[in-house]
Design a protein. Structure first.
Length: 101
């Protein structure tokens, strides 16, 4: 499990990468990865390319990020989901809340 983030000043985009299992063990690192950003001016991208598993606590963390980023006006994209992760997001109706690519 690893959570890393990188902020691009020119595009005002924060890219958060989750590697391995995205579960409760990531909670603190995931929250810390975005809390220092100005939510009103930042686009958030969560790269799930290296994510092997996602559970209900990870879904909750994504919802907390969405709330932090402005709720319905949030700019949060979920990228590079494998088929298992995409299936969990679909079952949870997250395509209505997030842009999933």
């Amino acid at each position: 499990m690893s959570v890393t983030s990188e902020y691009d000043e020119s595009t005002q985009t924060l890219k958060i990468r989750v590697e391995g299992r995205f579960d409760f063990n990531c909670h603190q690192a995931f929250r810390q990865s975005y809390e220092a950003c100005d939510a009103e001016r930042t686009e958030f991208v969560v790269d799930l390319k290296q994510t092997s598993y996602i559970d209900s606590s990870a879904l909750g963390m994504l919802l907390l990020l969405r709330d932090y980023a402005g709720g319905d006006q949030a700019r949060v994209r979920l990228l590079n989901c494998n088929s298992e992760v995409r299936n969990i997001l679909a079952i949870s109706n997250f395509e209505k809340l997030f842009e999933i690519e």
